[in-house]
Design a protein around this ligand. Structure first.
Ligand code: COA
Length: 275
């Protein structure tokens, strides 16, 4: 699919997306939101066809993403309440579409991830940041709110950090972002691509359906009590262990071989065919 503000590249089973509006630091307006939503939908369909197993999101230019386009936000004063609601719901749907992708999504953060940019980090499963990157839920500094990103950000950083960071709008370091659970790995900027690829390889050695099921399990179990979770967890593992993929993984371990879905297995087969 051709996009104006995104660059998407398929690298075997890896979908690599780059936000590409560097002049405004990859800030998103209604057009970018529409493209990102379409990208998430196309990626979900490709994942369901088994063509994509991991997605990685990066930003072109100096920073990952400066959040909502302030020019666009300012002009919404001319919209009716209904139009403002529809506009905000479209942004909400975009974050939800990325958040709900049935594959692992890796965020590659350099420069800055501010406002909705920090929200984009929050909807990634795994976030790798440059040690120089700055984060912030900066909306209150602009007199607005980190509203549509709040369910995703709260799920990552919890209420305590949100009470400090949503209210102050203060910028914070990658190290702090890691402490509060927004980021999983912090590396020097020159090592960012290597760190992303490390996660990609790790994910490609896990069963694709198991990865999707693990992601769904977290979303499903998190709001439940232990007692209430029991039926969900019992049925999830009962299904998975007798599934073809579960059986292949269990047998491969016992037979001391690499499972069929693994990237390492694919490399072995290709080597066998070619040399
Ligand atoms: N919306 C619209 N335009 C933005 C933007 C945003 N969120 N963030 C940056 N820009 C624009 C700037 O206005 C500037 O435009 P100009 O070249 O016409 O003057 C251009 O992008 C470059 O910005 P600049 O601040 O000079 O770049 P920088 O590399 O020094 O700093 C940031 C990058 C991201 C740290 C800085 O731009 C920033 O703090 N942006 C605001 C982020 C924010 O609070 N977002 C929350 C929005 S709700």
């Amino acid at each position: 699919m051709a996009y104006e503000f995104l660059e998407s590249r398929r690298d075997g089973p890896v979908e690599r997306l780059t936000l590409n509006r560097p002049d405004v630091r990859n800030a998103f307006n209604e057009d970018v939101i529409a493209e990102l939503t379409a990208w998430a939908e196309a990626t979900r369909e490709a994942a369901e066809r088994g063509e994509v197993r991991v997605a990685a999101i990066a930003g072109a230019g100096k920073v990952f993403c400066a959040g909502a386009d302030v020019t666009w936000m300012a002009k919404t004063v001319r919209y009716s309440r209904e139009e403002n609601l529809d506009d905000a719901k479209a942004a909400s749907r975009m974050f939800a579409a990325i958040n709900g992708l049935p594959i692992a999504v890796i965020g590659r953060i350099h420069g800055a991830a501010l406002g909705g940019g920090a929200g984009l980090a929050a909807v990634c499963d795994i976030v790798v940041a440059a040690d120089s990157a700055l984060f912030g839920f900066t909306e209150t500094k602009l007199g607005i709110l980190p509203a549509v990103i709040s369910p995703f950000a709260l799920a990552k950083i919890g209420r305590s950090a949100a009470r400090e960071l949503f209210l102050t709008g203060a910028r914070f370091s990658a190290a702090r972002a890691r402490e509060i659970g927004l980021v999983h790995a912090v590396v020097p900027e020159v090592e960012l691509d290597g760190a992303v690829d490390g996660y990609v390889h790790e994910l490609l050695s896990a069963g694709p359906r198991a990865v999707a099921a693990a992601k769904a399990l977290i979303a499903d179990v998190w709001p439940r009590s232990v007692a209430d979770a029991m039926m969900v967890t019992a049925s999830a593992i009962a299904e998975r262990r007798v599934s073809p993929e579960g059986q292949e993984g269990l047998r491969a371990f016992l037979e001391k071989r690499t499972p069929g879905w693994s990237e390492a297995k694919h490399a072995e087969d290709t080597k066998g065919r070619h040399g």
